[in-house]
Design a protein around this ligand. Structure first.
Ligand SMILES: O=c1ccn([C@@H]2O[C@H](COP(=O)(O)O)[C@@H](O)[C@H]2O)c(=O)[nH]1
Length: 280
């Protein structure tokens, strides 16, 4: 999916919601456990219930890898089931020396390799340019680079000063350098919703790039704050919620409750698009 197509979907659906498919087999509603593939049955119901309100889906690969070959199969079926008008994100946080990154890229971007054809993948920037470039060799595919993550440990390294006056923190140096590797049409950055106090600085640094923003819902980040400082004329945000949608109920009504959570976020997002984007 291109930058313009993603932007178009945001204004069409009046939403920048990304539903995180962090599907934990231990949290599935009991009535699904007799299904041949309970994880896929759950994901299918969640996608059916939320697709009107979401522009992206983000399976977190850890949840599938932890189940071995069965998990990979559930992931493949889930990816194929996601509607074509939605952007897909493999939240895999990969990155290694170039030839190894090349194989990670192949796994997630070349359907003839591991049966997966994601639009994008999350990548850790720590190993530098040659660890990221192999992902950019796939035309039309996106790299979503970790910049300032939502967890408390983000302060350990990402906020370290890189200049004597302390004006440029490590995450800012990462964004400044990485945006020379690919344009806003191929690269996004991960910035946690819990980091809303630095969103204005981030927007000065990257006025055009999409930001993938996890951390609303279960992690307590503010959708209002993130939207105020993060929205652009193209939309420019994908705000992820996983647990607050997936596990809104553990009963037979789980899909209805997930739909209600997604709809509530979309309704709020439509308000912010009207407030902060003249194009809306
Ligand atoms: O900084 C980051 C980067 C990635 N994540 C991932 O996003 C989701 C958040 O799930 P919630 O249940 O909505 O908290 C999850 O897959 C994380 O691994 C993040 O939270 N923060």
């Amino acid at each position: 999916m291109t930058f313009d197509e993603l932007s178009h979907q945001i204004f069409k659906k009046q939403s920048y919601l990304c539903v995180g498919l962090d599907t934990d087999p231990r949290k599935l509603p009991a009535h699904l456990l007799t299904e041949p593939d309970p994880v896929f049955a759950f994901n299918k119901a969640i996608i059916d219930a939320t697709a009107d309100f979401a522009v992206a889906y983000k399976p977190n690969i850890a949840f599938y890898e932890a189940q071995g070959p069965r998990g990979w199969e559930s992931l493949q079926k889930t990816l194929e089931y996601i509607p074509g008008d939605c952007f897909t994100i493999a939240d895999a946080k990969r990155g290694d020396i170039g030839n190894t990154s090349g194989l990670y890229a192949r796994a997630f971007f070349d359907p003839s390799a591991a049966g997966l054809d994601f639009d994008s993948i999350t990548v850790a920037p720590y190993m530098g340019q040659d660890s990221v470039e192999p992902f950019l060799e796939y035309p039309g595919k996106w790299v979503i680079l970790l910049a300032l993550t939502s967890n408390a440990g983000s302060a350990d390294f990402q906020r370290l000063p890189t200049t004597p006056d302390g004006d440029v923190e490590l995450f800012e140096a990462v964004m400044q350098t990485a945006k020379t590797w690919a344009g806003a049409d191929r690269m996004m950055f991960v910035v946690g919703a819990t980091q809303s106090t630095v969103f204005s600085r981030i927007r000065e640094l990257t006025p055009d790039h999409f930001l993938l923003v996890p951390g609303v819902g279960a992690q307590g980040g503010s959708l209002a704050d993130v939207s105020k400082c993060g929205l652009t004329e193209s939309g420019g945000l994908l705000v992820n919620a996983s647990r607050s949608i997936l596990y809104a109920s553990d009963g037979t009504d789980f899909a209805d409750k997930a739909r209600a959570e997604a709809q509530a976020l979309q309704t709020e997002m439509a308000t912010y698009l009207g407030q902060y984007c003249s194009r809306a």
